[in-house]
Design a protein around this ligand. Sequence first.
Ligand SMILES: C[S@@+](CC[C@H](N)C(=O)[O-])C[C@H]1O[C@@H](n2cnc3c(N)ncnc32)[C@H](O)[C@@H]1O
Length: 349
Amino acid sequence: MKYNQMRNVDLKKELKKQGLKGHSSLRKAQLIEYLSTGIHPLKNTETPSPIAESEMHDTSKGIGYSPTLLKGTTENLPINQILSGGCLKILSSFPDGVFDCCITDPPFNMSKKKGLGWAFSSHVTMQEQWDIFSKDDYFQFSVNWIREVLRVLKTNGNLFIFGSFHCIFTIGFILQNMFDRRIISQIVWYKPNAQPNITCRMFTESTEFIIWAVNNESKKAKNWTFNYETVKAMNSGKQMRNMWEIPLTPRSEKKHGKHPSQKPVAVVNRIILAGTNEGDLILDPFSGSGTTAVVAEQHNRKWVMIEKDETYNQIAQMRIDELSNTLFEKNSTKEIISRNEISCRSYVG
Ligand SMILES: C[S@@+](CC[C@H](N)C(=O)[O-])C[C@H]1O[C@@H](n2cnc3c(N)ncnc32)[C@H](O)[C@@H]1O
């Protein structure tokens, strides 16, 4: 018996032991998914996935949008709107395969109940309730939202997910092993002005990662969007590498209010220009202060944002509203690109 077959038999044995039925026709990735979630993968695609207990912390019922299953095309989608509520519930109301791209920055599960601070600065490490999970809950939560995102993304659509070492391996495992999605690249975002390490017991954390995956089985993925020439031009005519040196979000991008993990426009700018085209529809199910929408608007992409915290939604709305009052001309893409790129070079290192 081949090693691969033997592993399948073991998985089936394990499922049987746990009283989980109906696995005879499942593929290996589905067996692993069934084992780790207890939810039958095929039954799960027929009915919207059950919402995890209070959507893992999500107490908000969502205002301004009441999900009813939207059928058919993008026609009925809430385009260029921020939806307030838990993403699992809202995603389950969307039809299959309607988004061209998903760019998202989920909870990293890195917060402590009480963040660390020190005398020399006002900086305190992350202590957000929405970012605290047990290891098992985090895994389950990630499986649930990634499954829904893959369902609503078009086949071969791009998926960009932010993460730090706290979560990126879990997310990578889910994409590669459970859903067999093609990983194209891992971008390393290097923050030259990252906060110093408070404990002095480890290296100063100064990177985040962005997994770029394509929504198709790894061997079948094809024709994904990559605007090679655009990003090359942004990099003074040289091929863009996957290590991006971009400082922390500047104060000028936080004038409508603070979000504890707001991403710099400059990082999202590169992602959107590299991985989407004008008119594309972009999803962000963890929109926070709406950085994905802000950059999408600047480049004539359509968007749908989901965020459960109403305060963050207000910040996002103000950022988006401000765009229509700025001097940006709809067709001066060059100016926007260089402006967004420049903001990332003008830090004090
Ligand atoms: C890392 S932050 C995103 C920050 C964003 N990229 C920005 O630039 O502002 C993650 C966001 O997900 C939100 N969130 C957490 N769980 C959620 C859920 N189940 N549904 C929707 N939003 C959720 C949090 O409130 C938080 O604002």
